[in-house]
Design a protein around this ligand. Structure first.
Ligand code: AMP
Ligand code: ZN
Length: 502
């Protein structure tokens, strides 16, 4: 079965047929680098990471472009606030962003172009838009003329009149239409500026994405995406200027992700309700964050709350526990096949097949990861029941369990979830004596006579409990206490693994 995607442009679920058979070109609007990314941004990048990985799992050769907007008013304002250069701000937050997406376990895009490295391409497009009568110059600024593009509004499904009524646009007498948008802006003294036919200046935000997507993916590439807050005006403007420039459709499928909200409000710096990814990942691991995204269809909103995180943590543990139980069952000695247990085997075989089909079917259906994960959880439930009911394993049963385990790992991996089990590691002997001190501080009850390794286990357990009970102060105290004893807790990829700092 082929993949179906919901296209914002047509408001329909369509068969996904790439421009070039077997290949997919995909452009996702990346961050404007003036702040660390928050959980809302993270969700959008995760959604497209999941889509990117799944397309590759299906065998497509995907060229994934995710840009960096490293010149923008917001960067300039932040630089002014701090009394540093805009370049310094951009550099700092590009580094920060790279750290964050790495710790989130996002696959690297094929190309990650910076706007400032494509100014020449932007100028060429703007020149051509002026020649074609789609843009005009006023005092060193260049504007796109909305009235020159009859289809303006086709992506956001709004008419110009609706927009004017809704947006309360400031009237600028230099513009031909109040909603004409800037392609090029004259630089004020001290602002980043490039030479252009219209004097020193810098590009507008929208033209950046047109230049970078066309350069790396060509005309009418397959998937253009971002959060749904980008549909208007950013993507609507991209469509107008790109199609005005090329005379051809810009992208085949427009995919937009739902917002992360807190209560009734979108998570946004301007609202003041943001949770930074780097803060979140102090207390939880990247797989939990990914499970939070996977558990909701990418187009639906997520109402973010600590409870949601606890749920996702529990879901992740459920996966790992199933894998542990399978492993234990496989380690036990096997017995000869017993006829009366065949029904159990047949049942689990059918569940295995069913889960795989349901997973693929769901992901093919506009990347419905929530239904796909539900299929895996169903399999987890069935395998747990099977192990309990079956008793001592037969050779056949072992083979089947291995298949179940492999399927869980492979399908989770297809959407970027890492189910690797923490390895025991034999570092216990090298533990520092500080563990005794920390144990006496954070563990209630008798700890005398326990080994350092046992105490460390108890301390780590205490931290899990503290986090479940939302006792963040205690959880942090334990993490810090361990850190000063030279023990690092790695929450990121593998649950509660610890290691000694070298
Ligand atoms: P920005 O830096 O604001 O342009 O946002 C970068 C990306 O994050 C865009 O794709 C936005 O659509 C997305 N985004 C921003 N806020 C949220 C949110 N609260 N929930 C989901 N995605 C968001
Ligand atoms: Zn963009």
């Amino acid at each position: 079965m082929s993949i179906k995607v919901f296209n914002t442009m047509t408001r329909k679920k369509e068969d996904f047929v790439p421009r070039d058979a077997g290949k997919v070109g995909m452009y996702i609007c990346g961050p404007t680098v003036y702040n660390f990314i928050h959980v809302g941004n993270a969700r959008t990048y995760l959604s497209f990471d999941i889509i990117y990985r799944y397309l590759r799992y299906k065998g497509y050769a995907v060229t994934y472009v995710r840009n960096l907007t490293d010149v923008d008013d917001k960067i300039i304002n932040k630089a002014r606030e701090e009394g540093v250069s805009p370049e310094e701000i951009a550099e700092r937050f590009i580094e920060g962003y790279w750290d964050d997406v790495k710790s989130m376990g996002l696959a690297e895009p094929t190309i990650e172009p910076k706007a400032t490295e494509h100014i020449g391409e932007m100028i060429e497009i703007i020149e051509r838009l002026i020649e074609k009568g789609h843009a005009y110059v006023v005092d060193g600024d260049v504007y796109f003329e909305l009235d020159s593009f009859a289809e303006y509004g086709k992506l956001s499904h709004r008419s110009l009149d609706d927009m004017r009524a809704g947006e309360r646009v400031e009237i600028d007498p230099r513009k031909r239409h109040p909603m004409d948008f800037a392609l090029w802006k004259t630089a004020k003294p001290g602002e980043p500026a490039w030479d252009s036919p219209w004097g020193q200046g810098r590009p507008g935000w929208h033209i950046e994405c047109t230049a970078m997507s066309l350069k790396y993916l060509g005309v009418n590439f397959d998937i253009h995406g971002g959060g749904r807050d980008l549909i208007f005006p950013h993507h609507e403007n991209e469509v107008a200027q790109t199609e005005g420039y090329t005379g051809q459709p810009f992208a085949k499928y427009w995919l937009h992700g739902g917002m992360v909200n807190i209560g009734d409000e979108k998570m946004a710096k301007s609202v003041g309700n943001i949770v930074l990814v780097r803060e979140l990942l102090q207390g939880t691991n990247a797989n939990v964050l990914r499970l939070l995204a996977l558990g909701t269809h990418y187009r639906s909103p997520i109402d973010f709350s600590p409870d949601k995180l606890v749920e996702a943590e529990a879901a992740y543990e459920r996966f790992l526990n199933a894998r542990r139980r399978i492993r234990e069952a496989l380690e036990a000695p096997s017995v000869t096949a017993l006829a009366e247990k065949k029904a159990l085997m047949d049942g689990l075989s059918a569940d295995l097949k069913g889960a795989q089909e349901k997973f693929i079917e769901s992901m093919d259906d506009d990347f419905n990861s929530a239904a796909a994960m539900a299929a895996l959880f169903e399999l987890v439930k069935e395998v747990n029941t099977f192990i309990e009911a079956y008793g001592q394993m037969t050779m056949d049963a072992r083979e089947l369990l291995e298949k179940v385990d492999a399927l869980l790992v492979v399908l989770s991996g297809a959407v970027g979830l890492d189910l690797a089990l923490p390895e025991a590691g034999d570092l216990a002997d090298k533990l520092p004596d500080d563990v005794y001190r920390l144990a006496s501080e954070v563990l209630a009850g008798a700890i005398d006579g326990m080994s350092k390794a046992e105490l460390l286990d108890k301390i780590l357990e205490r931290r899990v409990e503290a986090r479940k009970g939302k006792d963040w102060a205690l959880a942090d105290k334990i993490r810090d206490g361990l850190a000063s004893a030279g023990i690092e807790i790695e929450d990121t990829p593998l649950g509660f693994r610890w290691k000694l700092k070298v």
